[in-house]
Design a protein around this ligand. Structure first.
Ligand code: LLP
Length: 384
């Protein structure tokens, strides 16, 4: 792999996100294998990665796309993904967005609240509406990415769900309890709770959301065999089971490649300053998230470092107290598991530009799938 990283860096420059189609396919097959015995329609959560070239690969493997708004819909259009393969999510949909859904013939809409029903969906139109229930389950993940407790803004409680199910035309229910969940148990609890509701109201379709966790550090990735044994039997009677995984599918397929600008020593620490910080990979700054980092050089010794970005904040770091091979200016750093919520959360803080994206195809070819931004892009909408 290291040769490929070197090649991409010299061909396309850095910083650059790199995705391996081969890993992506392995992940896709893992997901399909779990659900093979039931009536299953997989979608991919575009919020994890919205590059249309990635969506196209997923489409070719039978995946639809879970989207949230105009931008992710446009990504689908570019990837030639049709409306009947799209699930529209979110707790703040507008009338204009509904018009767009109609125009694009989006098939599935997850409805978040009673108020949303009254505001937008009283006539139902041609959509298959899924009601998002909040099962009040603790997913035991980072509080910012936990969504299935009463205190969270998402979905409706079971009592409200019953009111809506009694009075509205609903195709199915939707649950999503959070992200980076590595234990099967909370998924099972949430589905069991929701099953009762489905049985009572003859609901034959269910969207079980996303949330499967991966191994970033020393946690185990979700045990898919256990999931298959524990959860699939619960889903057998549904006419349709949709899911919306993002991270599990794309995180391990993606890497951020960035260069060392400087190595700075203070009384306290060694700081490795790289081209990328919280602008290119926000997860460490936002969630104190851990990403494995490898440095591509031949140096022998190891040192303890903080890997930091070049931006004007102390929160601008990629790793803290990490042992890596002794770095030098110009060395390449590889940041792992960066395929999900990496580029899609990248930003232009401090007037910086977002990286390029490159795909390594199954036959080992390098393919630029998003050009590096330019500084002109930053100011193209400015009026003086
Ligand atoms: N469905 C819904 C309704 C969601 O809100 C999400 C993620 C997914 C599916 C996909 O979840 P996944 O399979 O990727 O866990 N930025 C955070 C993650 C936020 C997740 C938001 N919703 C991070 O970098 O960890």
């Amino acid at each position: 792999m290291n040769e490929i990283f070197q090649k991409v860096a010299s061909e396309f420059g850095t910083p650059v996100y790199i995705y391996f189609e081969k890993i992506l396919e392995e992940r896709i097959n893992k997901v399909k294998n779990v659900f093979e015995e039931i009536n299953f329609f997989p979608t991919f959560a575009a919020k994890a990665n919205n590059n249309p070239a990635i969506l196209k690969i997923l489409k070719n493997h039978g995946f639809g796309v879970d989207i949230l708004g105009e931008g992710e819909l446009l990504a689908c259009k570019i990837a030639s993904i049709e409306g009947d393969k799209i699930v529209w999510n979110g707790n703040g949909k507008t009338k204009e967005q509904k018009d767009l859904m109609k125009e694009y013939k989006v098939k599935y809409v997850n409805v978040d609240s009673k108020e949303e029903f009254e505001n937008l969906w009283k006539n139902g139109d041609d959509f298959e509406l899924f009601l998002r229930v909040n099962p009040d389950i603790d997913a035991k993940t980072h509080p910012y990415i936990s969504t299935g407790l009463k205190k969270h803004k998402f979905g409706v409680d079971f009592k409200t769900a019953e009111e809506i199910l009694k009075s509205q035309k609903i195709s199915g229910v939707h649950i999503h309890i959070g992200s980076q969940i590595t234990d099967v148990k909370p998924f099972k609890e949430a589905i069991e709770k929701t099953l009762k509701l489905c049985q009572k109201y003859n609901i034959e379709k269910i969207n079980i959301g996303g949330g499967w966790g991966i191994k970033y550090k020393d946690e185990n990735e979700i045990n898919t065999q256990e999931y298959k044994e524990e959860i699939i039997p619960l889903l057998k009677n549904f006419k349709l089971v949709i899911n919306e995984l993002g991270r599990f599918i794309i995180a391990p397929a993606g890497f951020l490649l960035t260069k060392v600008i400087l190595v700075k020593k203070t009384d306290e620490k060694f700081f490795v300053v790289t081209e990328s910080g919280m602008n290119h990979l926000l997860r460490p700054a936002l969630y104190n998230a851990y990403h494995k980092i490898e440095i591509l050089n031949n140096s022998k010794g190891e040192i303890l470092v903080d890997v930091v970005g070049p931006l004007c904040e102390s929160g601008d770091f990629l790793a803290k107290e990490r042992k890596i091979k002794k770095p030098e200016i110009g060395d390449l750093l590889v940041i792992k598991n960066a395929g999900a919520y990496g580029f899609s959360m990248a930003n232009n803080y401090n007037g910086t530009i977002r990286p390029a994206e490159v795909l390594i195809t199954k036959d080992g070819k390098t393919k630029l799938i998003r050009k590096r931004e330019t500084f002109d892009d930053l100011f193209k909408n400015v009026i003086l």
